[in-house]
Design a binder for this molecule. Sequence first.
Ligand SMILES: [Zn+2]
Ligand SMILES: [Zn+2]
Length: 421
Amino acid sequence: MINYEILKKYPLCDRCFGRLYGKVLNTTNLVRGKSLKIAKAIEAEINKDEEMLKALSRSGVKEIRGVDEEVKECPWCKGIFNRMDKLLEEVLEKVKDYEFNTFLIGTHIPEEIKEFEEEIKTEYMESIKQEFGREFGKLLARTINKKPDKENPDIVIHINPYTEEIWLQVNPLFIKGRYRKLVRGIPQTRWLCGFCKGKGCVYCNFTGKKYLVSVEEIIGEPILKATKGKDYRFHGAGREDIDVRMLGNGRPFVIEIKEPRIRNINLKKLEEEINKDGRVEVLNLEFCRRKDKVIIKNVPHKKTYRALVYCEDEVSEEELKKLEEELKNREIYQRTPKRVLHRRADLVRVRKVYKVEANKVDRNHFELIIYCDGGLYIKELISGDEGRTKPSVSSILNKQCICKELDVIKVHDGETNGRNE
Ligand SMILES: [Zn+2]
Ligand SMILES: [Zn+2]
């Protein structure tokens, strides 16, 4: 049942011998191993089993009378559990510059130890990786008064207890909110100069950028400063064109701060700080999880737009009434617009327009309020994009129209598209 023969081959320490049966009996590996060896030593003394007594002595049993072998280094743990305090000191030194609430220990075991473990394993065994991670985690949690967290640790402390290598994986901090873009001419994300790709050249006036500022930077830079992070990534629930304003209740976004040194920041104060900019505003900032980023990026929300339309000919009130009726609950077949073909696959998307309100402004201008699925290209809905969008405002009126100004005036949360491709 218990494989004592292994001790003749390998002088396993009490803790390691106990680990071979780690899943049996509710006690520690140390107590389990020590108890098993003592029981065996009693039996071996009665049976005068010299060979077993020597093996037990070599593996650290001191109580045997008349046998006193030199204790050999345990080939499984090689003393790593005796070095936990030293490793703890080094870990504390490494993490001292980072604020974190939860952590996880990532234990790395050398290949040869894994192979050794594979050779001696029993079906009741616990791995040394598991025990070290758990014990070191408990020690650290007690010392710094913070919780281990398997799901969403702020920081992962990687340790190879054999080589005593320690390295940190500082997980990103996620903050979600909504933004409003009050002016035209600002892209959502950082946009590098197309000639120099960010290095700086005469075309970009040595800034490396095609656009000097972006929604991402206006929001990200103050957060980066407050969290003392390394970098940031902006994830929007869709995006508006550079020349389109984002008004109303704002567009949801998640910002991801890489390797933050500070996590407990005052989001209300940060909101005020960002909003001093005046071009972009944020609201409802709150801490969130990685999964919110995935949701925000992948769930298309219905939107309401306001468009100022220019038409080459005069448009009558009657024609606008007809337009409202024709577009009500209308499926739009939209081939990828020519202007985005260089970065999107050429295919036909079906998006729905639910409701349109049209108001005449002057002889050649009217305003449209369009309530529709997310992902519908509004400029092309208006122009028709040379027949690539059907039907369109131009095709229904049979007059060429173009979108002169566009604003998103509402992102409808909790209302996903009626039909997706
Ligand atoms: Zn050992
Ligand atoms: Zn350049």
